[in-house]
Design a protein. Sequence first.
Length: 107
Amino acid sequence: MKDIMGMMGKMQEMQAKMEEMQADIENTVVEGSSGGGMVYVSLSGKGELKGLKIDPGLLKPEEGEILEDLIIAAHADALVKADIAKQDKIKEVTAGLPIPPGMKLPF
């Protein structure tokens, strides 16, 4: 019976840490870039676009298609960085817990 109570306590502790981690992820801002730094995109940890910086040299009408591609690439770069940051935070919270390999958190 003691083991079950101890396990329940650990689960409640983990739930509190997960809630704190999710709030922390929401407040995290990551930046992605493309075109050798000509386009920067800032995203929240949830993938929401927070900022966009474009080198003025790209603001030519004939370069519109290139600019669109660079914005998409910068956004993709930032999404990857946001996912890495999220996974790092999850590892911190779940360190030492017997979680099966491949189990995705948060639930």
